[in-house]
Design a protein around this ligand. Structure first.
Ligand code: SF4
Length: 296
């Protein structure tokens, strides 16, 4: 009998007698793609994920977009940030980040980024931060997917009926240069637009090709906005379905460690919460010291 763990951590849920589907969020697939072993330790709860400053900036900017019409928006954004800081013991990773111990600077920067997004997005959203779920019809195993598009708005003048805008607060250094950067961009942006486009089309009951997608990336240092449109290739959804089948097979049949991806940029103390138990623990334990010979 294969061993099936019942994870309920972010990104992945295995079936229950009441619901025979395996459930995925886009972040779960992306984590597995970056490193299967990292996905295993996070999903099983063996290692806790650590919220990073970068993620907190994003959460603050999202909170600003969500509450900016409320008179009380400042307190609500501050609450989101303070809660995370407190949960992390008052300090965020990576520890050398200039905002790691400064919630007020995080708040100020997150709100400024939120204002940049708001300037780009006139009018009310059709949906914002609304949790959507749907059956995923591709692949062999029954699967469900879930996610919350950041901002879906009418797009009356162009090719699409609606546009999804997704906010990222990022310095962008990982994806701006070199072949490695291109690979990162493709990987980072491969799953999320496809999952959310599928969910949104299902929710609004419109064809898949009527939904457009753009990433809005705000650099927190310069507050410069980069717009990255993504074209959805529907055939890719089938490929992702096959990929999710592979993840399910791995979860069902592979006891112990899963494959390590030591060549991925996530494989570092900064980005992998499992680093010290994994690659970091294989460092040489002996330090060789240079012998000094005094001249006779
Ligand atoms: S340290 Fe590297 S190989 Fe090990 S789990 Fe993390 S990303 Fe994977």
């Amino acid at each position: 009998m294969p061993r099936v763990r019942r994870w309920d951590h972010r990104g992945f849920r295995s079936p229950t007698p009441e619901d025979p589907r395996w459930w995925f969020s886009q972040s779960g697939v992306n984590t597995f793609r970056s490193c299967p072993e990292q996905a295993r330790v996070l999903w099983s709860g063996e290692v806790a994920d650590v919220t990073k400053v970068q993620a907190l900036l994003g959460a603050g900017a999202h909170a600003y977009m969500e509450h900016r019409e409320d008179a009380d928006w400042q307190r609500k954004v501050a609450d989101v940030i303070t809660e995370e800081f407190t949960a992390q013991g008052g300090r965020m990773g990576p520890s050398d980040h200039p905002m790691a111990g400064d919630p007020y600077l995080v708040l100020k920067t997150a709100v400024a980024a939120g204002q940049v997004f708001a300037q780009h997005l006139p009018g009310e959203p059709l949906m914002a931060e609304q949790k959507l779920t749907a059956d995923f019809p591709f692949g062999v195993h029954p699967k469900g997917i879930e996610g919350s598009p950041d901002f879906v708005r009418d797009w009356r003048t162009g090719h699409y009926q609606v546009i999804i805008s997704d906010f990222k607060v990022s310095e962008g250094r990982k994806y701006r240069t070199g072949r490695g950067g291109e690979a990162w961009k493709l990987q980072r942006y491969a799953t999320q637009p496809r999952f959310y486009t599928w969910l949104t089309a299902r929710f609004l009951d419109i064809p898949l090709h009527a939904v457009g997608w753009e990433y809005l990336v705000c650099n927190p240092k310069t507050l410069e906005l980069t717009v990255i449109p993504i074209t959805i290739d529907v055939a890719d959804l089938e490929r992702i379905g096959r990929e999710m089948d592979g993840i399910i097979d791995t979860a069902m049949h592979m006891p112990g460690h899963w494959p390590l991806r030591t060549d991925d940029w996530h494989c570092s103390a900064e980005w992998c919460p499992n680093y010290n138990n994994c690659v970091g623990s294989f460092r040489p334990k002996l330090t060789l010291t240079k012998e000094t010979h005094n001249a006779p």
